[in-house]
Ligand binder design. Sequence first.
Ligand SMILES: [Zn+2]
Length: 334
Amino acid sequence: MAAELLGDTTPHTNDPCDFCGSLNRELLATLDRHGKPLNTGICRTCGMVAHWQRPTEAELQEFYTNEYRQSYHGEETPSPRRVRRAWVNGQRIYRRLKPFIGPKDSIFEVGAGIGCNVKAFELNGHRAAGIDPGEGFQRFSHEQLRADVQNRNLFDLPVSQQHDVILLIHVIEHFRSPRRALEHIHKMLPANGLLYVECPNLAAPFATRSRLFHFAHITNFTPSSLKMLAESCGFRVVECFSDEGNPNLQVLLEKSKTMRQNIDEENYERTLEAITRYNALTYSLRPSYLFNRVAKLASYAAEYLIGPAWLKGLTQRCQAEKPMNQVPVQRNAA
Ligand SMILES: [Zn+2]
């Protein structure tokens, strides 16, 4: 369907599907959400949507270096608004997972960013640590929040099974191969260890197809494609918290003994249908869109006004709970 619309623009080089290995893929889009060239394809066998050609590790490294400079202008301290949003998110994730984890379970976050999720669990009595490949706000995380977030790469970590729960929050879509990442994480967990994943939901309403894709999001998951991949890497779904309209997938997985390579044969058609459901007008006229826009603007204003005082209170609290000499020394990636 999409290949016919795009005619001769279909590029010939096509990476195999990360889930099923098929080369039978169809081009969905040739531009990213900013109008820059980016080829995105859907696997006709399993419905997995990903870059037509996955970037090399060197290309990714260069992208993140430039992206970081452009987005943050080299600032070493995140804005109060950024920290506040990350903090509120960390509290939400803690409350969500609390019924599923033991009081002494250890938590490890892959892609921990500022460190607010790690800190949320730590302040509630858990051993909590994380890694982040970027040097972004690590100084802030380390010195202000006293969070144990180290500058390391997932694949450099030993598979020692020392973590009861692993968090992967808006990270899985960034991996060159999500399969490789889940397989590595599987080895890091003990039997019945938990993995909590959040990532954008491709099946949720978006303005238009042209607004969907982003260079940094190498794989675009639907509820079904995330489930298929997780099961084939040795996990079972404990609970999916997000409904189909949620812009983010929120799924709790458990390490299981079996790896099931089941292909949901309807995922391809369902995914195509989902991403062509809305156009810009019908999307913007949805009551939930209008409500969310107003709520967002109000929260921006509140964050701007109270942010600095709030941040001061937070850092004082974190520093009082964990003096500097108890913070593990950070190690750079090998
Ligand atoms: Zn596939």
